[in-house]
Structure formats: C-alpha cells, structure tokens
Write a protein that binds this ligand. Structure first.
Ligand code: SF4
Length: 99
C-alpha cells in the first residue's frame, strides 16, 4: 500500500528508474524476459535469484505489491493473483499419496 509520503510506483516510474542503469545490470533485460513469466518452477526460481542483483529490486517489488500484479516474478518475488507466493507449483494434479 502506498503511503502519502511515497508516490505510487507505476510501471512508468519503474521504467524511468531502470533506464538510468545499463541494461546489463538489469537481469530481466539482460536475460530472456520470458523467464520472469515461466511455467517451469525451476525457471521461476532462477528469475527470482537473478532479481537479487537488480539495482531497482526494492522499487520493483514495492510497485508490484501496490499494483497487485496478477502474475510473474517482480522484485525477486513470485506473484499470483496480486499476492506473493513462495513458489510455483508444477503443472498437473497433486499426488494422492505422499511421495
Ligand atoms: S527486480 Fe524487477 S526490474 Fe529488476 S530484474 Fe527483477 S523483475 Fe526486472
């Protein structure tokens, strides 16, 4: 939630801030951006790890929380339906018996 002291972090604000850095420093620009919206849990975890070095990580995460991003990795966290979730589940039905 944005406070009265902090302006809303729109995607435009995030892009403006990100544009101050070389693209090489922005993992989602320097790598395949599809990783940030991947189906594979391993790829999602890789994207989350890459975000850890991003110079706009906290701005990106705060904005995604405010915007209630519907899905994807933002600021090193995975969003689903506007909420941060710990990890992506693999596709398919869950097992009936404990593995
Ligand atoms: S923190 Fe945001 S801008 Fe930075 S790599 Fe991750 S998704 Fe991209």
């Amino acid at each position: 939630m944005t406070s009265i002291l902090e302006p809303e972090v729109t995607l435009g604000v995030l892009h403006d801030r990100a544009n101050r850095f070389d693209e090489d420093l922005l993992p989602c620009r320097a790598n395949n951006p599809e990783l940030w919206f991947a189906e594979s849990p391993a790829d999602v975890e890789f994207a989350k790890a890459l975000c850890q070095t991003c110079p706009v990580q906290s701005l990106c995460l705060n904005g995604a929380v405010d915007r209630r991003e519907p899905w994807g990795v933002w600021g090193g966290q995975l969003f689903l339906q506007g909420k941060v979730i710990p990890r992506k589940r693999p596709r398919g039905r869950p097992r009936k018996d404990a593995a």
